[in-house]
Design a protein around this ligand. Sequence first.
Ligand code: NAD
Length: 356
Amino acid sequence: MSVFEHPSFDNHEKVLFATDEKTGLKAIIGVHSTARGPSCGGCRFWTYDNSADALQDALRLSQGMSYKNVMADLPIGGGKSVIMKPQGNFDRDALFQAFGRAVESLNGNYITAEDVGVSPDDMMSVHKQTKYVTGLPEGKAASGDPSPTTADGVFRGIRACVKRATGSEDLNGLRVAVQGAAGHVGSYLCEHLSRAGAELIVADMNVDGLKKHVDNFGAVIVDKDAIYDQEVDVFAPCALGSVINPETIDRLKVKIVAGAANNQLATRDMGAALQKRRILYAPDYVINAGGIINVMGEIRGDFDPQWVKGKLAGLEATLGEILDRAENEGRPSNDIADEMARARLEEAAAAKAAAA
Ligand code: NAD
């Protein structure tokens, strides 16, 4: 398994492989960039088949956090961590404390938070070993679960895309397929969409978790593999990454792809493939930045809901700028977003070097 030659290695400043035999911890922390401040991004707790898959996730996700944070104009860099879920029984508190010690060893270069599979209580375990943790359920500026704010941002992104595609931001009667609808973000997103009058088609590995959407919103459950075949207006991926790939792209019968999942495009050229099929794509890291904005409210030390709302409005403006440029230049929206993010990061790195 290569690291420096890895296709997802993008001059990451640091990659830490942390193990702890006693608790079974196997974690990878990717610090992609600290040009704009300490790297910040969630911790994913997942069953990986092997460490190569975990490394791939840590490298891609941490780069994505740099792009996300800079596009949301936050004074932080990009980082992310993954913990390989141990097989069999394990002591969850001890495991997350061991992870906390790994975070602490980076001396504030990386600040962690929740991602898939991680709860605010897990972050309390991490907090026993380090102060470089956010998304806590209690404390002076505790911001708690970031998912509602992420869902708010994604909903705004969907609405903005609908306005472009139909000329109206009225979602009444529009059909939206939500993948991962039983999850944290997916559930809150379903609430927003239903309140706006959208019809929901939902899928999740956790089928029981979808029943509340049937009862509350009249959602229609489809098999998790059938979610790509739905004739709907919007496909909202809110599960895991790489769901837009050569196997799925020709199955999509939608006008818009806009959701919460990180790294929705398996490869960059999937953006051009969507554009060719006249499918509007809202770059994931632009519209799913609500969670990190929420977390930033906690890092600032004075959680202010109005500041968060202002930043969410900023996301809509940035998405508008990207989609305008994509349309005017006839280029894929993900390429435009990447280009803007890289230019902003280079500017920050140059300013940091000049100040040193
Ligand atoms: P979650 O674990 O609560 O939800 C994910 C859901 O997806 C689960 O219900 C799971 O059963 C389901 N799922 C997994 N694989 C699936 C498959 N193949 N088909 C259908 N369903 C599947 O996670 P979350 O916090 O809601 O995050 C969802 C996505 O959004 C992730 O990609 C995450 O990185 C991204 N994201 C989350 C936040 C946040 O604030 N939580 C912020 C930004 C981005």
